[in-house]
Design a protein around this ligand. Structure first.
Ligand SMILES: [Mg+2]
Length: 392
């Protein structure tokens, strides 16, 4: 008997208070897909309510179907079925911009479900015989002052991390000297041997000169990459800065399809492409970027700032490729994200991160955590309920 998709459920979780800081772990959109007795889980890296709307919205026109219409009732037996569903969502919801976010979590859940059915980790379903350990970099926000940044870096080093990334906060917003002081503090705290990464969080928009003004300070502190100096689509700015030399550029978390990511590689000339499976279109799209990065000799890195579930999903597309050595590892999670998975994903005693050798993502959500942070939502059109928070 062919297994078909019976249900796609979205769960909006949120901390009691949402603060205006660059911390995406304050809420979550969890996805559950069911096909017969098989269940798969995923996460969308998105603003939850518009993404729920993309799942359930009544058809607007023929290129604006709700995402659920391309998923429900579809057979799910083999990887080709996921590729077919993925393509159908892209075609049938072509003009629905939030569809990529909704698709991302569904695609992850479908790979998880298929892994459960087959008894295989997702990376093996993608054709990789084994998983390689990665060097996790502790991903944190810059401190408000050099002293606070120094303390953060020292703490990260004491925790056994060999690599750290500092980002957002006031970096790039004040003077060049203030940024140089933040960078020097990070380097001092991390030690001479540490791998230091910097995330500008798109602070300079399209402004190449402001980015260039920081290059000497970045070089002086031997920063391995400068991440997101510009908006995702500012390819000319990326190209100009990449050509000025010295520090490799990194970007890609803003990519919500594989074309965006490939353009950053081919035209933006980034040295590191960073992909969030919860945003780009799931594991299917991320895997395509992995293969493109390999062809172009560019380093692939995951982007993840939320739960261990999302971390595992972000690792599956490239964990089988030994040459891609680094992985983002969030270390400042809100309790919601910290407790969302059934178990944490911790670095081993040697400081390396390994993903579980277990079916699917190798982790599942902790349903107690889900119930604790679950938001009660109802969406109605002309009195008809099109969405109501599902039972967990
Ligand atoms: Mg970033």
């Amino acid at each position: 008997m062919t297994r078909t998709i019976d249900a796609v459920d979205f769960f909006f979780l949120a901390m009691p208070v949402i603060e205006p800081v660059a911390d995406g772990s304050q809420d979550a959109l969890l996805v559950r897909v069911q096909a017969g007795d098989a269940v798969g889980w995923g996460e969308c890296e998105s603003s939850p309510l518009p993404t729920i709307a993309a799942l359930v919205t009544p058809m607007s026109h023929s290129a604006c179907h709700p995402v659920s219409a391309s998923v429900l009732g579809q057979p799910i037996e083999r990887p080709e079925d996921i590729l077919r569903i993925h393509q159908a969502v892209r075609e049938n919801s072509l003009d629905l911009l939030q569809a990529d976010h909704a698709l991302s979590g569904i695609d992850v859940a479908l790979w998880d479900l298929l892994g459960q059915v087959r008894g295989e980790p997702v990376y093996r379903l993608l054709g990789e015989p084994r998983a390689y350990p990665k060097i996790p970099y502790a991903s944190v926000l810059f401190g408000e002052t050099p002293a606070e940044t120094y303390t953060k870096a020292k703490t990260i080093r004491a925790q056994g991390f060999r690599a750290a990334k500092f980002g957002w906060g006031s970096f790039g917003r004040g003077s060049v000297q203030e940024d140089a002081d933040l960078l020097a503090a990070a380097r001092e705290g991390l030690g001479a041997e540490g791998i230091l990464l910097v995330d500008a969080g798109t602070v300079w928009g399209h402004d190449v000169a402001s980015a260039q003004a920081r290059m000497d300070a970045l070089r002086a502190q031997r920063v391995t990459w400068l991440e997101e100096p510009f908006y995702t689509g500012a390819l000319e700015a990326y190209q100009a800065l990449a050509g000025s030399g010295g520090v490799a550029l990194a970007a890609g978390e803003g990519a919500h399809n594989e074309d965006h990511a490939q353009h950053l590689i081919d035209y933006g000339r980034v040295g590191y492409i960073q992909i969030d499976t919860g945003r780009i279109g799931g594991i299917t799209s991320a895997r395509r970027v992995v293969l493109h990065a390999q062809r172009r000799g560019v380093q692939y890195v995951n982007h993840t700032f939320t739960s261990a579930l999302a971390l595992s999903a972000s690792l599956q597309p490239y964990v089988g490729i030994e040459a891609f050595e680094l992985c983002e590892y969030p270390t400042e999670l809100k309790p919601l994200a910290r407790d969302l998975a059934s178990a944490p994903l911790l670095p081993d005693a040697d400081g390396m991160l390994r993903i579980p050798d277990a079916p699917g993502l190798g982790l599942e959500p902790n349903l107690e955590t889900v119930r604790r942070y679950l938001q009660d939502v109802e969406m109605r059109v002309q009195g008809r309920v099109v969405y109501k928070t599902p039972a967990i």
